[in-house]
Design a protein around this ligand. Sequence first.
Ligand code: SAM
Length: 202
Amino acid sequence: MATRRDKPDYFSRRARHEQFVSRAVYKLADIDKRFRLLHPGQRVLDLGCAPGSWLQYLGSRVGNTGLVVGLDRQPVKVPVKPPVYFWQTDIATLDPHRLKTLTPAFDVVVSDLAPATSGIKDVDHQRSLELARLSWQYARVLLDEGGHYLVKVFEGPDFPGFVAEIRPHFQQVQIVKPEGSRSDSREIYLLARRRLKPPNDV
Ligand SMILES: C[S@@+](CC[C@H](N)C(=O)[O-])C[C@H]1O[C@@H](n2cnc3c(N)ncnc32)[C@H](O)[C@@H]1O
């Protein structure tokens, strides 16, 4: 039976028209517009980047003086050329320190990582939190002082605990439900801006 999600909505049609590989791009674009996250020359790490609409957007925002590194265990469906680089890997098995061979630090770390959903709310919540915590391991090691961290989570009872873990490391932390995120989806984004001085042990 066809569900509401099978039908192309406004954002899916717009993505096709504007040649983005996924409607997900409009979530990042909305957050960028509202919070002025991205600028030319920035170094951005994109965790869970496939099929690649965020990579397309990030590449155009940072320009040729910037750097965008995407990681995903799935291949991307967009052309990968400088300033964009792609590494096909499971983020749970990669040591984040290895990315320091590409650049010593990033100005922005974004994570749109999502688990394969089971349909069981609490299971999906816990799996997405696991991925969010993994993304924080990357941001903790790689995000520069003053940098920004954006991460998707499926809302649930343990989300406030995750927010409390992140809050002390940034000047400002807020929860955002961007344009383009379906109203019936439990996904929300934690946006943490202006990282405080990282500890010496990273
Ligand atoms: C919602 S999609 C990301 C969409 C992307 N932002 C875009 O604009 O095209 C979530 C991605 O997380 C990836 N993912 C989930 N778990 C992962 C893991 N352990 N390692 C690497 N990628 C993972 C999936 O393969 C999937 O491509």
